[in-house]
Design a protein around this ligand. Structure first.
Ligand SMILES: [Mg+2]
Length: 296
C-alpha cells in the first residue's frame, strides 16, 4: 500500500508563465517596438494600404489573438519564420536587463515552471537570456510548439527545453478537445471556424498547452498580463494571476502589479498544505504571551 503523505503535498504542482510584459515590464518599450515592426511588415511586405494598417493591425490582434493569426485567416500568405525575424529581429533587446530578484524568486519555487507564449522560440531565447532567466524554466511552449510542422530541436543552447507536440496538437486531437468542451457543437453540427494559427487566447491553445505540459489545471497557476488570456485560462480550468494590473479582471483569481510581488500575494506557492494549515491556525489562535514572575 502506498503511504503517500498527502498533507505535505503542495497545493500547486506547476506554474505556467506568459513571457512578454509578464516577466518584464511593459515599460521596456519592446511591445510598442514590436507593434511598429508588424505595421511596417504589413505595409512593406503585404502591400496593405498605409492608412488601413494601424486599425487593421489592432483589429486582427483583438479578433484572432495575434495580428499574424489574423493576417493568415484573411488569406495573406507569408513565411512564419520570415515574419518573426522581421518583427523581432530589430527589437531593442538591450533595454531588458538581468533580473536577479526574479531569478531567485523563480528558483525558490518548488513547482514545475513552464513558459507559455505566443512568441517564437528565437524571441523567447533572446528575452530569457537578457533577463538572466534561461535556467529557471523546465520548458517552453511557444509558437512552434503549437504550430508544427516547423522543424526545431528539442533543446537549444540556452539550457532549457522547447516542448514539442507531435501528437497533442494534431488537428483531430484538437477537434476532440473542442468537442469535449462544447458538446453543443457536436450535437447541433455547427462547424467551428478553422484556426489558421493556434495561439492564446483560444481555449484550444490552453487545452493543448495543458496536454503538452502534462499538468493538472486544478494544480496549475497561469500568469499573464492579458485580461483576455486570463479569461480563457480560467475557462480551461487553470488558477489565474493577472500581472501588471491594479484590478482583478474577469477570470482572474489574483492581480499583481508586478511579477516581483508573487511571494507577498501567493505565499501558498511556497507552503505545503500542512504548513498552510499551521499558518492559518496561528492567525486564528495566536499564541498567548505568558508572563513570567520571578519570586525572590
Ligand atoms: Mg504578455
Amino acid at each position: 500500500m502506498d503511504s503517500v503523505d498527502r498533507s505535505s503535498e503542495p497545493k500547486y504542482e506547476c506554474l505556467l508563465f506568459d513571457m512578454d510584459d509578464t516577466l518584464y515590464s511593459l515599460s521596456s518599450g519592446l511591445n510598442l517596438a514590436c507593434r511598429k515592426n508588424i505595421e511596417e511588415y504589413m505595409l512593406q511586405n503585404l502591400g496593405i494600404n498605409e492608412n488601413e494598417v494601424p486599425k487593421m493591425c489592432l483589429d486582427l490582434y483583438k479578433e484572432y489573438g495575434t495580428t499574424m493569426a489574423g493576417l493568415k485567416a484573411l488569406g495573406y500568405e507569408f513565411d512564419n519564420d520570415e515574419f518573426h525575424q522581421y518583427i523581432h529581429g530589430r527589437l531593442p533587446y538591450e533595454k531588458l536587463k538581468p533580473d536577479p530578484f526574479l531569478r531567485s524568486l523563480l528558483l525558490s519555487m518548488p513547482q514545475r515552471k513552464i513558459i507559455f507564449t505566443n512568441a517564437d522560440k528565437a524571441h523567447v531565447a533572446n528575452v530569457l537570456a537578457r533577463l538572466g532567466l534561461e535556467d529557471c524554466f523546465e520548458g517552453v511552449i511557444c509558437f512552434e510548439t503549437l504550430n508544427p510542422p516547423v522543424e526545431f530541436t528539442e533543446e537549444n543552447s540556452y539550457g532549457f527545453e522547447f516542448l514539442t507536440s507531435d501528437i497533442q496538437v494534431e488537428p483531430k486531437r484538437l477537434s476532440s478537445l473542442v468537442d469535449e468542451n462544447f458538446d453543443i457543437c457536436e450535437s447541433s453540427k455547427i462547424s467551428l471556424p478553422k484556426l489558421p494559427i493556434l495561439c492564446k487566447p483560444s481555449v484550444e491553445a490552453f487545452e493543448a498547452a495543458i496536454q503538452i505540459a502534462n499538468v493538472n489545471p486544478k494544480k496549475t497557476i497561469f500568469f499573464d498580463d492579458s485580461a483576455r488570456n486570463i479569461a480563457a485560462a480560467k475557462t480551461a480550468g487553470l488558477h489565474t494571476v493577472l500581472v501588471g494590473g491594479l484590478v482583478v479582471v474577469q477570470g482572474a483569481d489574483v492581480a499583481l502589479t508586478s511579477i516581483h510581488n508573487m511571494r507577498e500575494a501567493l505565499p501558498e506557492i511556497w507552503l505545503s498544505e500542512e504548513e498552510k494549515e499551521e499558518e492559518q491556525a496561528e492567525l486564528l489562535y495566536p499564541a498567548t504571551p505568558i508572563e513570567t514572575f520571578v519570586l525572590a
